[in-house]
Design a protein around this ligand. Structure first.
Ligand code: SAH
Length: 238
């Protein structure tokens, strides 16, 4: 007889593609040991906030990239996530989080540019609640899926243009923008709570400075840190 009997199972567990068995533990180049090596490297690169380092050692970064790239997920490099976008390199994620946190326990955090959701997962370990906005619908959906798979239930993903974010009510302790802009979008600092901190890459399309805007009453101060390269902040929604 050619073909399958109707009552034959289509695939046994063993025949399932390996992707179905991807776990937070990982193995080999996606193991916890590999992740801890990444954290050692982050320390050497100057990341000093222990709470941020603990978050970086807890979140399984390999689950946020395509399986074909998973073995490279703990290298200090950005990797493609589709739609011309990238997952930011671990150092940039840790440094942005460190600048945003400034040693404080955070309540409400906004991220603009969720991408695959990795940075949002890290922020979710530093804050009570995280809202992350992604302009590309398909990425937002995928980020939502991965965040739910790792149990990051305090992270909410929205598909919208984050530059347009406004609110009269909600104020954030920290805002992290994960895409580069020629200047600070004017409505974003207004979303900060008193003492709140906004971290955003500011500069040319091919090179920006990681920039911190701090709110004190109605005045805002701006300070530039390291050189970085981010994908551009864009208008509109797809
Ligand atoms: N936070 C990610 C980095 C994603 S790359 C990480 O964890 O590594 C930056 C993301 O910003 C891209 O997915 C891009 O689509 C998104 N983006 C760019 N402009 C945006 C905007 N105005 N509003 C929301 N998302 C935006």
């Amino acid at each position: 007889m050619i073909g399958k009997k109707a009552d034959e199972p289509l695939a046994t567990a063993k025949q399932l593609p390996s992707g179905a068995a991807r776990t937070a533990q990982g193995s080999g180049m996606t193991s916890e040991r590999t992740r801890l090596r990444m954290v050692v490297r982050l320390r050497e690169q100057g990341i000093a906030d222990e709470v941020v380092l603990a978050a970086m050692s807890a979140v399984p970064r390999h689950l946020f990239v395509d399986e074909a790239l998973a073995t490279r997920s703990y290298e200090d490099t950005a990797l493609p996530i589709g739609f011309g976008q990238t997952i930011s390199q671990p150092w940039v994620v840790a440094r942005s989080a460190e600048l945003a946190r400034a040693g404080r326990a955070l309540s409400l955090v906004l991220e603009i540019g969720a991408g695959c959701g990795y940075q949002a997962a890290i922020l979710g370990r530093l804050a009570k609640e995280v809202y992350t906005i992604e302009r590309i619908g398909a990425l937002a959906a995928k980020a939502r899926q991965t965040l739910s798979a790792i149990g990051a239930n305090n992270v909410k993903v929205r598909n919208a243009d984050g530059q347009e974010a406004t609110s009269n009510v909600v104020q954030f302790d920290a805002i992290v923008v994960a895409a580069g802009a020629p200047s600070v979008p004017p409505n974003l600092p207004l979303l900060l709570a008193e003492g709140g901190r906004l971290v955003i890459p500011v500069g040319a399309p091919d090179r920006q400075r990681l920039t911190l805007v701090t709110r004190s009453g109605d005045s805002f101060s701006q300070q530039a840190f390291e050189d970085v390269v981010f994908v551009p902040l864009k208008s509109g929604q797809e």
